[in-house]
Design a binder for this molecule. Structure first.
Ligand SMILES: O=C(O)c1ccccc1N[C@@H]1O[C@H](COP(=O)(O)O)[C@@H](O)[C@H]1O
Length: 240
C-alpha cells in the first residue's frame, strides 16, 4: 500500500500498514477515489462497482435508514469484486456486535463513526486485525486537533461534518462543513472527505481540499436508504 494513496491488493484487499509516524499526507491533484456508503440493494452495489467506486460501505447501525443485517450485508459483499474494498460502518460497537458481524460478513475495513476514543480505536484495530478508518466530525477550527490525535491510532481518517447536537444519526445527514478549514492541512494518514457531498459539489470540494478520496451516502440517494444509480454515476464522474 502506498502511504499517500489507498491501494487495494486483489488477494489481501487493502493491506494494513504498521502504524508509525511518517511524512504528513500531502495534498495531491490525482483523481479522487470514491466510497459509496449505505448500500442496501444488490443493483446499487453493482451500479457503484461498475461506475468505478473504490470502496463500498455497509451500515451496521439500527437507527439508520441504511442499516443492513449481517445476512444482507454478506449477500451484498459477495457481489463485490476483488480490488473494491468492503467497508463496515459501526457506531460505538461493542465487541460482541463486531464479532457477530465479522463472523458473517467479509469486510476489508472497519469504519468507526461514533464517539470511540483513541484507545478504543486502537483496541478494535488490534482485536479485528483489520484497517480502521475513524470518522472525525468537524464544524470549526477547534475540531481539527482530533484529526491528528486519531491519526496516531487509526489507519485512515474520515473527515465528516459534525452532526448537530440533536441529530438522530452521527453521520449520513447530508450536512457539509466549511471545507476551507482543511486547506493546507497536513494529515498523518490517508484521509477521506465526507459530509453533504453531492454530484453537484464534489468537484469543488476536491479542488479546494485536495482530498484524494471522498465518501458519500445521502447525496446519491433517491430516498433515505435507497440509492439512485444515475446519481452514483454522476458523483463518480464528477469526483474524477
Ligand atoms: O449513512 C448513515 O446512515 C450513517 C449512520 C451513522 C453514521 C454515519 C453514517 N453515514 C456516514 O456519514 C458520512 C456522511 O454522509 P452524507 O454523505 O452526508 O449522507 C459518510 O461517511 C457516511 O458513510
Amino acid at each position: 500500500m502506498t502511504f499517500w494513496r489507498f491501494s487495494i491488493n486483489p488477494e489481501r484487499r487493502l493491506r494494513r500498514q504498521p502504524l508509525r509516524r511518517g511524512k504528513p499526507f500531502p495534498h495531491g491533484a490525482e483523481v479522487a477515489q470514491v466510497k459509496i456508503c449505505g448500500l442496501t440493494r444488490p443493483e446499487h452495489v453493482a451500479a457503484a462497482v461498475e461506475a468505478g467506486a473504490a470502496f463500498v460501505g455497509f451500515v451496521f447501525f439500527p437507527k439508520s435508514p441504511r442499516n443492513v443485517s449481517a445476512e444482507v450485508a454478506a449477500a451484498l459483499a459477495a457481489d463485490v469484486p476483488a480490488g473494491v474494498a468492503r467497508v463496515g460502518l459501526f457506531v460505538d460497537p461493542d465487541d460482541q456486535m463486531l464479532d457477530d458481524v465479522l463472523a458473517k460478513v467479509p469486510l476489508d475495513i472497519i469504519q468507526l463513526h461514533g464517539g470511540e476514543t483513541p484507545d478504543r480505536v486502537a483496541e478494535l484495530r488490534a482485536r479485528t486485525g483489520l484497517p480502521v478508518m475513524k470518522a472525525v466530525g468537524v464544524a470549526g477550527p477547534e475540531d481539527l486537533d482530533a484529526l491528528w490525535d486519531y491519526g496516531l491510532v487509526a489507519d485512515m481518517i474520515l473527515v465528516d461534518a459534525k452532526p448537530p447536537k440533536d441529530a438522530e444519526l452521527p453521520g449520513g445527514n447530508g450536512l457539509s462543513f466549511d471545507w476551507r478549514l482543511l486547506v493546507g492541512r497536513k494529515f498523518l494518514r490517508p484521509w477521506m472527505l465526507a459530509g453533504g457531498l453531492t454530484p453537484e459539489n464534489v468537484a469543488e470540494a476536491v479542488r479546494l481540499t485536495g482530498a484524494q478520496a471522498v465518501d458519500v451516502s445521502s447525496g446519491v440517494e433517491a430516498a433515505p436508504g435507497i440509492k439512485d444509480p444515475a446519481r452514483i454515476r454522476s458523483f463518480i464522474d464528477a469526483a474524477g
